[in-house]
Design a protein around this ligand. Structure first.
Ligand code: ZN
Length: 242
């Protein structure tokens, strides 16, 4: 029964190894997934920043338009005062009346520009308010992101340490496992996302919960060879035997 005891011992070692490997897989999954959660927060913060930028551009555009209107107003005021200045130089009443009409038209144009400038003030105010509001939203998001990042970075550092601890436990155990058993176990471990050897409970595979035949259960008790589940290909073991 030397062979029997040998394989049973090997299975026992693999079960011990599985406990460690399950944790290593879990920790490594966390190392992959936690930064992804952070990316979502970062995307929100970046979207706020780009929104702020477009609001600032909009404000800039309004201010430029406002500046142009002010220049236009100045030109119109100069035109009016120039026309006013020439009134006394005119010789005929007809010329005088024509110039007066011209001045009236210039004044009408000027008041249209003035009205636009007044409306522009409201636009500038509204745009400034929107910029300020978005600035405080972005600042808040940035703060939240920084806090969360620090938290995640700390957690990742702890998890990375835990992986190291588990890996060193693993490397102490693996020399006790026969190379053929180990390589078979490891192949399944990587194909089956960290679960290679599973307990049989109630005639059922602990990996995929398929019902196992009486023949498979008999084979398991013999310990002549490693028995795997037909459905999920994981190594099976009987907990009561170990
Ligand atoms: Zn299975």
């Amino acid at each position: 029964m030397a062979q029997d005891q040998n394989l049973k011992d090997q299975i026992k070692k693999l079960v011990e190894l599985q406990v460690i490997d399950e944790e290593i897989f879990r920790f490594k999954r966390q190392l992959r997934e936690k930064p992804a959660d952070l990316e979502v927060l970062k995307a929100g913060f970046e979207a706020g920043k780009s929104n702020l930028l477009s609001l600032e551009e909009k404000l800039k555009g309004i201010l430029v338009k406002q500046k142009e209107l002010e220049l236009d107003l100045k030109v119109k005021e100069e035109g009016i005062s120039k026309a006013d200045g020439t009134l006394t130089l005119l010789k005929t009443n007809k010329e005088y009346q024509a110039r007066l009409l011209e001045i009236e038209n210039l004044k009408a144009d000027k008041s249209i520009v003035e009205e636009k400038i007044l409306l522009g003030f409201d636009e500038v105010e509204a745009a400034k308010k929107a910029v300020d509001a978005e600035k405080s939203v972005v600042a808040q998001k940035e703060k939240e992101f920084a806090i969360e990042k620090k938290k995640v970075d700390d957690e990742l550092a702890i998890i990375a340490d835990q992986v190291k601890v588990k890996e060193s436990q693993r490397s102490r155990l693996t020399p006790e496992v026969r190379p053929d058993c180990l390589s078979r176990y490891e192949r399944i471990l990587h194909n089956k996302e960290g679960l290679a050897i599973v307990k049989v409970a109630d005639h059922t595979c602990g990996g995929c919960f398929m019902h196992l035949t009486a023949q498979v259960l008999n084979e398991l008790k013999k310990y002549n060879q490693i028995i795997t589940c037909d459905m999920c290909a994981r190594i099976l073991y009987l907990a009561d035997d170990l």
